[in-house]
Write a protein that binds this ligand. Structure first.
Ligand code: PLP
Length: 440
């Protein structure tokens, strides 16, 4: 009899073929690959139009120029670029990061900034320093799948807060905080993606931002503002960051993944000083220090290349693809479908007609050579079966049109199927459908 069985512990999820099956820590028990991962592996095939992955279109970068820049970096500064550095990150890069954040109204000092391995690592570190098992994390409904993965890894209890087309609803937030406080629950922070949200594509209305900050301040609740898409808006100036109006109450997470390249894996957190100190210690124990090479490559890119022009070019490219997708949806989708109209970023959130299950439909969509991410990936509680996330950032416009055409046919077939047999069963249970890294 195994120890876990002897002590009456719940049996970990996993395979008996694994000799360490009974040895894993509690926190590893939620880390299970999903059935839909196998399907996503198939979506790399060229005959399949993938509207699933959120990969930036890095081919739009001047790759030869970036190549020369990297060559010069190694030749001229190799002894620093190929060496260890401090856990807080390169001071020159942190200065540049402050310049980037100033575009969103943030006044920061390089000391406020901790460089991370993409903003994904900042999410991991923040959760690591704040969350004990069973603590509540508030998150939008739906929420970014990678953040939900970090919260699950530290055994947080995610409570979703309602959104609408103007982002997080302040009244819903206030009511949720009130309910959890009355129930004696410990809330650690609110996690929000205010701009061009992943997956819903919506943006927190300017008029709601102060109210959200006020509610959190009154409840003593820290805000984690995750903002990878803030500079990728299609109209006007970038939205003002929440941190710009409450630097003591907001940790801001940024990244160069969408405005430069995800392969460099450079992101950051800007935090109040006490939190910053903890983040540096946590980063040190996780990785000693981040890649000097990547950090200096980004610093050089910002110092020597017309990066603002490049961001403008990305915006234009993604605007065109957004328009293509919205036009195709209007022309092709059957009655009963509704979708958001993102003003920036990468994603459209499509609501399916009543009774159609996005997770059950996925194998049939892949057979019809189109892929998407089922809505269930974006909820901690298994809801979201009535939605799918569509990305327009990577496929060329012709492929977007073709993908939407195929998807519309799949949905129509599903409507017929439902009319004949009633609802069609899904692939698996709640929380078992985490997509892979390419689908974030
Ligand atoms: C909302 C959100 N946060 C964080 C990330 C992680 O980005 P990275 O780790 O590449 O900086 C992503 C990536 O898609 C995202 O959409």
């Amino acid at each position: 009899m195994s120890d876990s069985a002897r002590h009456g512990n719940p049996r970990p999820q996993g395979s008996r073929i694994d000799p360490y099956f009974d040895q894993y820590a509690q926190r590893a028990r939620g880390m299970v690959a999903s059935e839909i991962r196998a399907l996503f592996a198939v979506t790399a095939r060229p005959e399949i139009v993938s509207l699933a992955g959120g990969s930036p279109y890095v081919t739009a970068l001047p790759l030869d120029v970036v190549g020369d820049m990297v060559g010069d970096l190694v030749a001229g500064q190799g002894s620093v670029a190929l060496q260890y550095c401090t856990a807080q990150g390169d001071p020159g890069l942190r200065e540049k990061i402050c310049e980037v954040m100033s575009l969103e109204g943030i006044k920061a000092h390089p000391d406020d900034v901790v460089v991370t391995v993409g903003s994904q690592q900042a999410l991991d570190l923040i959760t690591r320093i704040f969350v004990d098992p069973g603590d509540v994390v508030l998150a939008e409904a739906p929420s970014y799948v990678g953040a939900l993965g970090s919260f699950a890894a530290y055994q947080a209890d995610v409570v979703h807060v309602q959104m609408d087309d103007d982002g997080l609803i302040p009244e819903a937030l206030a009511e949720t905080i009130q309910r959890l406080t009355s129930a004696g629950r410990t809330m650690k922070f609110l996690y929000t993606v205010p701009n061009y949200q992943n997956p819903a594509g919506v943006t927190l209305a300017a008029g709601r931002r102060h109210r959200i900050l006020e509610i959190c301040r009154a409840a003593g609740l820290l805000v984690i503002e995750d903002n990878p898409y803030g500079l990728l808006g299609f109209d006007g100036e970038p939205p003002r960051a929440l941190r710009a109006d409450d630097p003591d109450g907001v940790v801001y997470l940024g990244t160069f993944s969408k405005t430069f390249a995800p392969g460099v894996r450079v992101g950051w957190a800007a935090a109040p000083s006490a939190i910053r100190d903890k983040l540096v210690l946590a980063a040190e124990s996780a990785v000693l220090c981040h890649s000097s090479f990547s950090q200096l490559a980004v610093r050089e890119y910002l110092a020597t290349q017309p990066w603002r022009e490049q961001v403008k070019a990305f915006r234009e490219l993604y605007r065109q693809r957004r328009d293509t997708m919205l036009d195709a949806l209007s022309a092709q989708m059957p009655e009963g479908c509704r979708w958001t109209s993102p003003a920036g970023g990468f994603y459209v959130w499509l609501r399916l007609p009543d009774g159609i299950n996005s997770k059950a439909m996925l194998p049939r969509a892949v057979s019809s050579r189109v892929a998407y991410v089922p809505g269930t990936g974006f909820y901690a509680d298994g809801s979201g079966t009535d939605h799918v996330r569509l990305s327009y950032c990577f496929p060329e416009p012709d492929r977007i049109r073709e993908g939407v055409r195929r998807l519309a046919q799949v949905i129509e077939a599903e409507i017929d199927l439902r009319a004949t047999f009633g609802s069609v069963p899904s692939l698996g249970g709640p929380g078992s459908d985490t997509p892979g890294p390419g689908d974030l």
